[in-house]
Write a protein that binds this ligand. Sequence first.
Ligand code: BTN
Length: 303
Amino acid sequence: MNDTRKAVLDALDDGPVTGPDLAAQLDVSRAAVWKHVEALREDGFEIDSGDDGYRLESVPEFGGPAVEYGLDAPFDVEYHESVPSTNVVARELADDGASDVAVLADEQTGGKGRLDREWTSPSGGVWLSVVLRPDLPPARVPMLTLAAAVAATDAAREAGVDAEIKWPNDVLVGDRKLVGILTEMEGEADRVSWVIPGIGVNANIPADELPEGAVSLQTEVGPVERRLFVQRLLERLDELRSDPDAILDAWRERSATLGQEVRVETPEGIVEGVAKDVDLPGTLLVETDDGVERIHAGDCEHL
Ligand code: BTN
């Protein structure tokens, strides 16, 4: 967004301002003020003109200008209308040395899920990948996935949706999936170079565009302001990312899995029992007939 348009929005932030006052404040002509206001309206900003001047009524819920102007996040956010996969874009940024950057898109044409599955990503979603450079050994990285799950759950709850986490990192409403997370990383044996949690939130997506077994924020509470949802999610991720104990406590509190009978498909075979606890970096403790099993990875089903 150009600087004058940003200055117009900033000037309107505290209430209405007349055209002549705006022109004087910004040191441009009244015709130029009018032109910038028109351009902002075309970008979706609702600006009324009344007796007391121009008044900013609302910011668009999503999109490039909304993210640039109305998203105050602890990460730089790069917005795209449509990309094959935000994880792929984020990877390219990471390879170029970026850090603490979030890639956000309205639509993905080649969204990637866990275990080489496809991830349906129509327009209306929150498809988000965050480039992090934590000072961690690779074995500790799963805790960042737990943090991302907590952050997405909290943002969903603040939007009025009763979300819970299924181990390791699916966010569910009842038994239907609202959010999936695919974390990718690169590094050496003792230290990661970068980690990218890729977070897919079925946000403003109608029921007939969702895959089977999925739910969206829209189907639960109606369309949400995705800009504010993303802001909350990124704020929470930032608060948690270097605090393992807080991540674990928050994950336990939001868990749908703990206390449940589960069946987990692990690379070593099936484990069935009662999910007792989760331990760092994201290990599930399942009480079976043969004692407590510690599960590091797998597909978990609640029985
Ligand atoms: C899963 O299978 O549950 C994980 C889905 C992860 C989807 C997100 S959407 C944003 C990011 N970009 C991708 O291509 N995948 C992740």
